[in-house]
Design a protein around this ligand. Structure first.
Ligand SMILES: Cc1cc2nc3c(=O)[nH]c(=O)nc-3n(C[C@H](O)[C@H](O)[C@H](O)COP(=O)(O)OP(=O)(O)OC[C@H]3O[C@@H](n4cnc5c(N)ncnc54)[C@H](O)[C@@H]3O)c2cc1C
Length: 271
């Protein structure tokens, strides 16, 4: 029997800055807003992997257009001295409909920050800047099982992971959300165990870790993808590293950090 290809491939894309118009704004849940962006500038947009994400550039309060990035040979660069600085944050592609020239981004309304504040007032006709995705991490979908977990910021990626794993492969998904109203209807196969954890019922905040530790994983090679608040992910990352899976098969990314403005890189430290 030949061993299936379980290589995770990173594919790079051209970095094109795009100005896009808000076509629609839909409240998916009380704390999540789906913004549909559109425009001819979307032609050529590359979208390949569930966790593909873009940098979104927001207009300053009162301005119609965002300050766009300065790009150099290695990507994003600091603006020249004296030039206005762009305000940007990372967001996951929830849907891309190339024929309709539409891109959906789901924003968590967490009550602070330029991105959260912009999303709370988003209206059709407004303009945002988008840069990326810079690259896509391509999963061969040949693993014996999959584990996906995270909070609301990870939900757009987890939703796409769940849509893409082939039927017949065991999938375990844990989504840690504020309360029952934050649950979303997700497309899952009959082999998927999807568990919603509600923080309003949590006692010590470690319910995602407890749920993952409590899972009896099937034999064979598994792929784990977890994202959310950086500090709370550290014990999960440490635990998943003990499972004996190849390091490339365990992806744990801090998507934001409590008390930190714009965690401007994925926090994927090993500690
Ligand atoms: C690769 C990647 C993909 C991401 N995809 C998404 C996505 O699809 N949808 C999404 O909503 N977010 C996503 N995020 C997270 C998002 O980029 C951060 O939450 C970002 O900090 C929001 O910016 P802000 O301007 O609202 O807040 P900031 O100005 O960055 O932060 C202000 C304050 O708000 C707090 N804060 C930030 N985010 C949250 C939060 N979610 N809940 C509670 N408090 C928070 C910070 O700790 C800080 O104290 C992603 C992050 C990464 C790295």
């Amino acid at each position: 029997m030949t061993t299936p290809n379980r290589e995770i491939e990173l594919v790079w894309h051209d970095l094109t800055p795009r100005l896009l118009e808000v076509a629609r704004v839909v409240r998916v849940t009380p704390r999540t807003v789906r913004v549909t962006l559109t425009g001819a500038a979307l032609d050529g947009f590359c979208y390949a992997a569930p966790d593909d994400h873009v940098k979104v550039f927001f207009p300053e309060p009162g301005a119609a257009l965002p300050v766009m990035p300065t790009l150099g040979p290695d990507g994003l660069e600091s603006p020249p001295p004296g030039a206005p600085k762009p305000t940007f944050r990372d967001y996951t592609v929830r849907h891309h409909r190339p024929e309709q020239r539409e891109l959906d981004l789901d924003f968590v309304l967490h009550g602070h920050g330029p991105a959260g504040s912009w999303a709370a007032q988003a209206t059709p006709g407004q303009v945002l800047g988008v840069l990326g995705p810079r690259g896509s991490t391509i999963n061969p979908f040949t693993f014996d099982w999959y584990l996906f977990a995270g909070d609301e910021t990870a939900l757009p990626a987890v939703a796409v992971w769940l849509e893409r794993v082939p039927a017949g492969v065991p999938v375990f998904a844990f989504l840690d959300v504020a309360d029952a109203a934050e649950e979303q209807q997700l497309a899952i196969t009959a082999d998927t165990t999807l568990v919603w954890l509600h923080r309003d019922r949590g006692v010590d905040g470690g319910q995602l870790e407890q749920a993952i530790r409590g899972l009896e994983l099937p034999p064979g090679d598994g792929y784990c993808w977890v994202a959310g608040e950086a500090t709370s992910l550290k014990p999960i990352r440490r635990y998943l590293r003990t499972l004996g899976l190849s390091r490339d098969w365990v992806e744990v990314d801090g998507y934001w950090k409590r008390g930190v403005v714009n965690l401007d890189h994925h926090d994927d430290d090993d500690d």
